[in-house]
Design a protein around this ligand. Structure first.
Ligand SMILES: Cc1cc2nc3c(=O)[nH]c(=O)nc-3n(C[C@H](O)[C@H](O)[C@H](O)COP(=O)(O)OP(=O)(O)OC[C@H]3O[C@@H](n4cnc5c(N)ncnc54)[C@H](O)[C@@H]3O)c2cc1C
Ligand code: FES
Length: 375
């Protein structure tokens, strides 16, 4: 053992140089292969058969399945814009997708791999390909709109309303989202934003957007002014509200995770004025509090609607706050009794979602009745 260690110590510089050289050769080869594929290989026209001939597309081979579908107005959710990081663009490829790539495996379970589930942004169209797409996605549309108004909700969150031009109406479920097209130096990119306006507002879409420093999508949206044009696709998302009004609804959110909550709450009270619903909203400081007055007003109109805001940071000297304090999942734990039939919708940063999910499961909510979007 000692002689092996001595060998590595004496030759460490040579070993490091060999590793760097070998790595460099591998990277160089990959670049050559990518360029060669782009310039030399012509896959010609390939067919994409969707849902056993329900739709058959003829596309230029060599592009990703996601772009080929997008060009033909089949809009697959792609929150990361095709970078392979969000895992939202899953569809089933029955034939012609080639082997699953290492970039896909972190997002796919074993059962999904066996069933042919793939990331559309990673699969290249190199031959005729047979895919299955949920019917709902075939109804996703591309909308053109103009900005009807903007207002600051906090120092970093803006409410932005869009009037729809074409199509002039949107039909969405509470808690769904759209993908806004934003310009970037590499061409248009797409980012997901939850719809904060209720489902009965058919001619407009409202968003709550938090400004991410140097973020492409959020900066674009924060700079929009009244009258500017904007393009988005949608609606997307797996949130499904239980239509049985005796099922209590629990909403837990933080930051711009308010958007789908607001949509769900206003949509519920338009349809079921007496339905029981709790909103637990977590903020760090009073500077992060928004919509509290209008939600309190709604709760006076609908006594079964309960609003709980909690601040997680200590209150600075001189400031007053008559709401809850501490992390928001602790408020949910404090207020919710066990043994009630419930469905829950969670939106916010991953640690908040994980803590709230634990509490809600302890209160007896089945995992299938807990929906969440992490962002
Ligand atoms: C289903 C879904 C719904 C969403 N709904 C909303 C919504 O209603 N309102 C809303 O504001 N956002 C929402 N998001 C997040 C939104 O899609 C963007 O990810 C976010 O606005 C950042 O995009 P960007 O283009 O501005 O930043 P990018 O250009 O993508 O990123 C710029 C830099 O910021 C970092 N970054 C990216 N996101 C964050 C973040 N959240 N916090 C800190 N750093 C970050 C990146 O690592 C990168 O270094 C949602 C996301 C999903 C998946
Ligand atoms: S678009 Fe995000 S992983 Fe494919």
């Amino acid at each position: 053992m000692d002689s092996i260690a001595a060998f590595f110590t004496e030759n460490s510089a040579a070993i490091r140089d060999s590793i760097i050289t070998f790595g460099g050769i591998l990277v160089g080869l990959s670049i050559v292969l990518i360029v060669a594929e782009k310039l030399l290989i012509n896959y010609g026209i390939c067919e994409i058969d969707i849902n056993a001939q329900e739709k058959v597309l003829e596309v230029d081979g060599g592009q990703t399945l996601l772009s080929a579908l997008y060009e033909n107005k089949v809009f697959i959710p792609a929150a990361c814009g095709g970078q392979g990081s969000c895992g939202h663009c899953k569809i089933t490829v029955l034939e012609g997708g080639g082997p699953v790539l290492p970039t896909e495996t972190p997002h796919l379970g074993r059962k999904e791999v066996r069933a042919g589930v793939r990331l559309a942004c990673q699969v290249k169209v190199r031959e005729n390909i047979l895919i299955r797409v949920p019917e709902e996605l075939l109804n996703v549309k591309l909308f053109t709109s103009t900005v009807a108004g903007t207002r600051s909700l906090t120092y970093d969150i803006k409410e932005i309303s869009f009037s729809l031009i074409e199509p002039a109406e949107i039909s969405h479920r509470p808690g769904q989202y759209v993908q806004i097209q934003a310009p970037s130096s590499d061409g248009p990119v797409f980012r997901a934003y939850s719809i904060s306006s209720p489902t009965y507002e058919k001619n407009s879409v409202e968003l709550n957007v938090r400004l991410v420093p140097n973020g492409i999508g959020s900066t674009y949206l924060h700079n929009l002014e009244e009258g500017d044009e904007a393009i988005f696709t949608g609606p997307y998302g797996e949130f499904r509200l239980n239509e049985d009004p005796s099922v209590e609804i629990i909403c837990v959110g933080g930051g711009c995770g308010m958007a789908p909550m607001k949509n769900i709450i206003y949509s519920i009270y338009d349809q079921w004025p007496d339905r029981s619903c709790w909103l637990f909203f977590g903020c760090r400081t009073t500077k992060d509090v928004f919509y509290l007055d209008e939600l309190n007003q709604l709760s006076r109109k609908h006594p079964n609607f309960h609003v709980v805001y909690a601040l997680s940071d200590p209150l600075p000297p001189g400031e007053t706050w008559d709401g809850e304090t501490g992390f928001i999942h602790l408020s949910a734990d404090k207020y919710l009794e066990e043994g009630v039939r419930r469905q829950a919708f969670l939106c916010g940063p991953p640690p908040m979602i994980e803590a709230a999910t634990r509490v809600l499961k302890e209160k007896g909510i089945a995992p299938d009745d807990i929906f969440y979007d992490k962002f």
